[in-house]
Design a binder for this molecule. Structure first.
Ligand SMILES: CCCCC/C=C\C/C=C\CCCCCCCC(=O)SCCNC(=O)CCNC(=O)[C@H](O)C(C)(C)COP(=O)(O)OP(=O)(O)OC[C@H]1O[C@@H](n2cnc3c(N)ncnc32)[C@H](O)[C@@H]1OP(=O)(O)O
Ligand code: UBL
Length: 274
């Protein structure tokens, strides 16, 4: 009897889920984000054996990139890349981009150049299969609580970039930022570029506000533009030039971000005919 009541309750709950999904925006938001994380976890399980054939190697980022590229279609997110011609063709460089949410992975995988590895917080390494896949992809992990260690890791990265022809992707805001603007930039990425004497390539991912908002628990289909800006050379620059370089890059990115936000903001529907 108990089993029958339990089964009936479960069946009722399952029947109600689609209704809840249809009626509650919050429930829909949590389902979509849950599926996003779960799907990435599953993809990581697929990526691990494929990447393990090479061991820890930046070339594995091609496998991760390839496996991730369909995810935007599952969510109806249309992505357009502008300015891809700005990527320097055959040399190391430091990519810097704004960081709004974990959805940034989709934009990153849309434009990720070959032999380019992100710098990520160390906590990612402990996310089970995701951490293992990231490690196999050669992602560089930093401990944000230990500034001195993080700086050493980045100094080592400057050396690796030159000796192994590697590009590095940094989120200079240092954390996700849902504010609809950009946080002040930390200087690590710019020190890295100056130490390696390689260009900085700024990339702006347009605001998600019109289709995604964590605060409002809103996640619909939408459009996203990924704009690659002209690279800034660092040849001849030294540590004293880093603050000005940082501000120059941030100003250019903020200008592009605001222009994209204005362009993509949905216009009010035309008034209904009288
Ligand atoms: C299909 C399978 C899928 C499976 C896998 C799925 C997905 C995986 C795929 C891809 C994953 C990619 C994920 C990437 C996203 C992760 C994004 C993040 O984790 S963001 C968080 C981590 N990133 C950063 O923090 C980078 C930006 N931070 C910095 O650059 C910082 O400066 C810092 C180096 C971390 C240090 O930060 P801290 O707050 O501790 O100190 P300050 O910034 O105040 O700096 C202190 C002082 O030091 C100077 N400084 C900084 N860096 C350097 C340096 N390299 N060399 C010399 N000096 C340096 C800095 O200028 C300050 O001095 P001053 O105040 O005088 O200027
Ligand atoms: C054994 C442990 C198992 C744990 C399983 C965890 C499963 C998680 C599954 C999928 C996670 C997919 C998202 C991974 C990439 C997220 C990248 C990201 O956006 O990192 C955030 C970081 O930039 C800034 O962090 P904070 O905003 O400072 O915080």
């Amino acid at each position: 009897m108990e089993v029958t009541v339990g089964t009936a309750a479960l069946a009722l709950a399952l029947l109600l889920l689609p209704v809840l999904y249809e009626r509650s925006g919050s429930f829909r938001f949590f389902c979509k984000m849950g599926f996003y994380n779960g799907w990435i976890l599953l993809l990581a399980l697929v990526a691990i054996p494929l990447c393990a054939l090479r061991g820890r190697d930046v070339e594995n980022m091609k496998i991760i990139r390839g496996l991730m590229q369909h995810v935007k279609h599952l969510y109806g997110i249309r992505m357009a890349v502008r300015g891809a011609q700005h990527f320097p063709p055959r040399q190391p460089y430091v990519v810097v981009s704004n960081h709004q949410s974990s959805l940034d992975l989709l934009g990153m995988m849309e434009v990720l150049p070959d032999r380019c590895v992100p710098i990520a917080k160390r906590e990612l390494l402990y996310m089970g299969a995701v951490g293992v896949a990231c490690w196999l992809g050669g992602i560089i992990f930093i401990d944000r609580k230990r500034t001195h260690d993080a700086i050493s890791v980045m100094a080592e990265a400057a050396h690796t970039m030159l000796s192994q022809d590697v590009r590095v992707w940094v989120f200079p805001e240092g954390t996700r930022n849902h504010s609809g603007s950009m946080l002040p930039f930390k200087r690590g990425a710019f020190h890295l570029a100056v130490q390696a004497q390689v260009p900085v390539v700024p990339i702006v991912i347009s605001s998600y506000q019109h289709f995604y908002s964590k605060r409002e628990r809103r996640f619909t289909a939408g459009q996203c533009v990924i704009q690659v800006l002209p690279p800034l050379p660092t040849r001849g620059l030294g540590p004293a030039d880093v603050p000005a370089l940082t501000e120059r890059v941030r100003a250019a990115m903020l200008e592009a971000f605001e222009a994209l936000s204005a362009e993509l903001r949905p216009t009010a529907p035309p008034p209904a005919p009288q």
